[in-house]
Design a protein around this ligand. Structure first.
Ligand code: TMP
Length: 198
């Protein structure tokens, strides 16, 4: 399948507002035929992850978690991302490989190993991180918290995201502002990227 479109990824902590921002971005990029998609995906493995891994009674071994997310990612790419890219769409994914690096990495897995099991995953063209203070988001987290949603995990997760910002792989957007201002900044960054790219 030929890749004609552009693959954009939005990352952030739980409760950072990244889903809202990814959806606002898609609405604002309508003239680019933008589509919203997310991980865990709506495929079979993604549904299993939401039901059993994130809200299961007992946490899976971290390596198993990482393999499940990696398998879901390949299904997501095959079934949703590549077909939309082949039609020339801008695909905006709410979470991608950086979530595995940050979350499963924060649980103790080596980043090299996580990268290795994701070797066949398509590289994003542009990746943004909506940065918020982990203490501020605690109040915004869902009442039914997943296994990832506690302050210690979120602090470690943010540190790993930070290392990818430093490497230049993720572009940071300040998510502590009102959502309209964050949306403007996200759009500005993406339009600047599209201008460079198209
Ligand atoms: P969501 O709340 O954005 O739908 O994300 C679901 C949870 O899944 C979130 O706590 C982060 C976690 N997650 C991982 O741990 N590894 C991954 O690779 C992905 C995609 C999500």
């Amino acid at each position: 399948m030929n890749k004609k479109g552009v693959f954009i990824v939005i990352e952030g902590l739980d409760g950072s507002g990244k889903t809202t921002q990814a959806k606002l971005l898609v609405a604002k990029l309508r003239r680019y035929k933008a589509v919203y998609t997310a991980e865990p995906s709506k495929g079979k493995i993604g549904k299993f992850i939401r039901r059993r891994v994130l809200y299961g009674a007992k946490r899976f071994p971290t390596a198993v978690e990482a393999l499940l997310f990696a398998a879901d990612r390949l299904e997501h790419i095959q079934n949703e991302v590549l077909p939309a890219l082949a039609e020339g769409c801008v695909v905006v994914s709410d979470r991608y490989i950086y979530s595995s690096l940050a979350y499963q990495g924060s649980a103790g897995l080596s980043l090299e190993w996580i990268e290795a099991v994701n070797r066949h995953a398509l590289k994003p063209d542009f990746a943004l991180f909506i940065d918020v203070d982990p203490k501020d988001v605690e109040a915004r987290l869902k009442r039914r918290k997943s296994v990832m949603e506690n302050i210690e995990t979120q602090l470690k997760v943010r540190q790993i995201y930070q290392s990818f910002i430093e490497k230049g792989e993720l572009v940071k957007v300040d998510g502590n502002k009102p959502k309209e201002l964050v949306a403007e900044e996200v759009l500005k960054q993406v339009l600047a990227f599209l201008k460079r790219r198209l």
